[in-house]
Design a protein around this ligand. Sequence first.
Ligand SMILES: *Cc1c(COP(=O)(O)O)cnc(C)c1O
Length: 421
Amino acid sequence: MSTFKQAPHNLLVIPGPIEVSDEVLYANALPPLAHAGAEFIPLMGDAIRMTREVVFTQTGQPFLIAGSGTLGWDQVAANLIEPGEDALLLNCGYFGDSFADCLRSYGANVHELRADFGKAVSQHELEAALKAKKYKLVCFTHVDTSTAVLSDAKMIGEVAKRLAPESLVILDGVCSVASEEIRMDAWNIDVVVSASQKGLGAPPGISVVVASQKALKVAETRKAPVAGYYSSWKRWLPIMHAYEAGKPSYFATPPTNLIVSYRQALLEITKDPKLTLEDRFKAHIHAADRIRNTAKELGLKLVPADAHNTANGMTAIYVPEGLAPSDIVSRMAKKGIVVTGGIHKENKDKYFRIGHMGVTAVNPERGDLDRVIAGLKESLAEAKASKQASQAKVENHKLPAWRSPSAPLGGSRSIAVAAKL
Ligand SMILES: *Cc1c(COP(=O)(O)O)cnc(C)c1O
């Protein structure tokens, strides 16, 4: 434990990057470490081993590579699918669209099952698709960060095992790893794609991917060459093995400082005697319940339509009729609380999003959630009051022409101006 304390800053409660602990930030502040040096190698080995623990796999192979979550899609597309092969993609929003784009840009033939806004793809639809055709990959976004819809990873893995045992099941967990339960081995998940800056609670900059032995075999025995150099598992696998074995090796420089920081985040996630991983998932459910109950109390509706398919690391909330997401987001920003608007292509102007992952969810003594809840209540009240005041202004301008200093036309012109605000 260091005595380092972060400078005062706005509370970062978007769905990633998130608030990180002082220890995680301090770990990043070492003088740069040599990537093949004796000091760094065991730290990287620890990070690889603890990554396995977070997703409950014994034999899965972690790849920790400089990059963001997006690089994980590239790794899947470059290593696991060959041009013209079929991938099934369960699409619940913006990140499903992007994952599909990525797969297509490597020549995959992507068939999408698109859920309605706020919904997940149903078991029935998945079963029908897998009965109708064979797919090399079955891909889904565990939590689509654009909608806060949580897909049932266990169900998807089970259905795939039963109806498509040869397919690889690919879980985009950029937003869900460490905030939602993911049991890679038990649930038949072949690849988990994540990143350092969301539920994992470190600064951005590391692409975190875990691949099953089955997935590695598929990559190894592919016919078409891997359409990528930096993203090729063949190049990275010996490097990851070497780090775990405590030996120096080199393909491309890992972000050494960030890895130390990420390792610290993993220590907090997997080695806290007072908070097991199961406790951590429960703490996220509890945090989400607090935000969801606040929304309910304020008469606000959630974007996810079903409780069973609602994320616990973030919440997406509709703004009330007549208000825009910016009415809330900008008022919360003035109070030093950073939340964000929607990003779903068709519906982005109807809702806003709050992240509650990592220390914000599991360390109640920080008071993050109390601040978010109070800030949300105040911001909504202010936004409503301001709306009413501007409506009252409009009404005033509608007063009979004899009370207006200008000609009757002036009245309707002011209405148009006021209505735009
Ligand atoms: C954030 C996110 C990504 C993209 O990650 P980057 O780190 O921004 O590249 C992909 N999928 C999901 C579900 C995400 O939330």
